[in-house]
Write a protein that binds this ligand. Structure first.
Ligand SMILES: Nc1ncnc2c1ncn2[C@@H]1O[C@H](COP(=O)(O)OP(=O)(O)OP(=O)(O)O)[C@@H](O)[C@H]1O
Length: 258
């Protein structure tokens, strides 16, 4: 399923938070969303998820405008992994993941063995099978993050939006999570702060700066020292990795503490 945002514009208190952003994500593609703190990444993801209405512009899922779909119809096709996802602390891990099936259930469609299979598969994919009976409030930050990803996977979305999903994760789980997202046959948009992870795992990148899209293209097109200096104010050297061929960003003296 493709996802498009056309001329999206969202203001708050007369300030343009998302300022005329147009983007298109092809079926199965992983698009990285970069930009400094406050650039508008979360706000843009909320517009794309239909949680906020743009002041102007529109979001299309395939060719259907999001505003024509009900919340339930959207949730059957699109999942958002929020930056600070929380949940009722009395639930077990398995019960949190079960919530992902809610959009697919109804009076005429009670819980089925297929739902249980999807829950167990989602837990396995994020490596949390062993913890499935644990209470949510006893989990570490990284474990909670992975439970929320399992919940999103159980939702069987065709579009997955992730807001800084590697927060709280140790390096192995950061790599595992992004490899998983990249290999899913799901259209994905992932907001990231780590430029090297973005270069390793994203097909294409867009960069937001003060609400505007200032760059768009492959990692090779986007991650230039000039762009990084202009947007982040940091001096870098960017080279292909001798180990995996993807770009690597080196932060140079002068941008580092003495
Ligand atoms: N509801 C709101 N009311 C007022 N200002 C808001 C609101 N939501 C976001 N903003 C402002 O919009 C700007 C963009 O915020 P947003 O959270 O989208 O940025 P971000 O790129 O996700 O940042 P970060 O990397 O720090 O998570 C920030 O300056 C923020 O303070």
């Amino acid at each position: 399923m493709s996802l498009q945002g056309l001329n999206l514009y969202w203001t708050k208190h007369q300030v343009a938070i998302v300022d005329d952003v147009t983007l298109s994500v092809q079926p199965g593609e992983t698009l990285g969303l970069l930009g400094p703190n406050g650039a508008g990444k979360s706000s843009l993801l909320h517009l794309l998820a239909g949680l906020r209405r743009p002041d102007s512009g529109q979001v299309l899922l395939d060719d259907t405008p999001l505003r024509r779909l009900s919340r339930r119809q959207i949730a059957r096709q699109l999942a958002l992994l929020e930056q600070h996802a929380t949940t009722d602390s009395d639930l077990s891990v398995e019960e949190v993941v079960q919530l992902g099936r809610t959009p697919h259930r109804g009076a005429l469609r009670p819980w089925q063995p297929e739902d249980t299979r999807l829950i167990l598969h989602a837990l396995e994919r994020v490596g949390l099978t062993e913890l499935r009976r644990r209470r949510w409030h006893t989990l570490s930050g990284g474990e909670r993050q992975r439970v929320q990803l399992a919940r999103a996977l159980a939702q069987q979305p065709r579009v997955l939006l992730l807001d800084e999903p590697t927060n709280h994760l140790d390096i192995q789980h950061q790599l595992d999570l992004l490899a998983l997202v990249r290999h899913l046959a799901i259209t994905s948009v992932v907001a990231l702060h780590d430029l090297n992870l973005a270069a390793m795992f994203c097909d294409r990148l867009i960069v937001l700066h003060r609400g505007r899209m200032v760059a768009e293209g492959t990692p090779e097109m986007v991650l230039t020292p000039t762009l990084i200096r202009e947007v982040y104010g940091v001096a870098t050297r960017v080279t292909p990795s001798p180990d995996h061929g993807r770009l690597q960003v080196h932060y140079l003296p002068g941008s580092l503490p003495p």
